[in-house]
Design a binder for this molecule. Sequence first.
Ligand SMILES: [Ca+2]
Ligand SMILES: [Ca+2]
Ligand SMILES: [Ca+2]
Ligand SMILES: [Ca+2]
Length: 425
Amino acid sequence: MAKKKKNNIWYIAGSVVIIVFLIVLFFIYQPSNSSSTTSGEESKKSSWSLFEEDASCKYNKGENCQNTPSKCVCKSDQICFPDRTKSDNLGCYTIVCGDGYKDEGETSETCCIDAGCSNGLVCDANLNKCVKPECPFDCCINDIKYQDKSCPQYYTCNSQEHSCEPDDSDNDAFFDYEEIQKGTDRYNPDTDGDTVLDGYDNHPLFEYLPDNINYDWYYGKNCIWGFCPFPQNLNFEIKISEDVISSYENMPKENLINRKDPQLEEVAQIMNQLANAEGYNDADKLMMTIAFSRSFNYDYTKLNFDKPLPDWANFPMETIVKKEGLCADSAVMATALLREIGYDAHYLVGPCHDYTSYHAIVGILYVDGITLGGSERYVTHNGKKYYYVDATSRDSGGNVFYSATSKDDFGTTFCSMNEFVVRES
Ligand SMILES: [Ca+2]
Ligand SMILES: [Ca+2]
Ligand SMILES: [Ca+2]
Ligand SMILES: [Ca+2]
């Protein structure tokens, strides 16, 4: 028994030595990715190494990242593409902008040399940027040798400028390629029919109507010598297309008063309805509308007397939405609104305070029922008398100078000079 026990000890000791030897061998010949694939000696080692067999990429035996992805692993900035000429032994390819391949992650913004450009633009290889194509020759020449110089689709050659200009088939300030991109109709200047041209429309595919806007003001009916003890409260609310309003901010300030504006027509209809509901005559309806204009605040931030009136005035609906503005804004808005309601009105500009400042008001053809009071002031235009009506509520000192408007204060304006003239804006 003792001898057998001794034999067992030797047997166990021998086994431990062999196991330790095998473990040491394993670590010595454990293949590493970096050395096993590039050295020629490695292939010699692999002929006798048991452990290397499954771990390294045998590219010389036809293994690559495509057929043996577990062993032939590409680096993080590489893609597996054995068929490309510049791929390495493992079949891995390092992506480079300018290699003639459009690879994942390469866009017209990041690498137009490979990804190309859209919307008729061309890639400037030096800048690696999409640019408007230039014509080195006259692109309009119908000469076979200039064919490659012709403008791309949706561009037309400007022969004088020798440049390709983007087309705008429907003349809506929105280029054809932009229309294709946005999904608007390049042969319809107002795709969504909200009266705003596609090029000025923040939402060219639909009419954007945010929350209602509320209006609340007083009109002093039945006043005695300008004193109105029981002014009547008037109010309404309206949904206003924000696309229309924001389009005005981008438009040149031209044709402010006579521009067709369906939203202003709607406000005019409301004024007519309110007047009808109250049983107002033309004089009361006129002054109720003036009181509406006077309920807006005076916008001191806009004051800039370097600009001539009414060049800094807003479009009428802009003023109505903002509920504030300068005298020019109020006068433009009130003139346009009164015309929509049916009055014969003009925009008047004239000097105030010994010519130190100017003021803008409304001129109105005499309306039966108004009280001219003592200040019968008017301009004569086309043989008709247009009486002064001040549509602004406050003077430049912030004082409210018409707290209650009535048909009895018709004709008044805080501006003492009497030299107003008709201006058509
Ligand atoms: Ca267009
Ligand atoms: Ca269009
Ligand atoms: Ca539109
Ligand atoms: Ca719209």
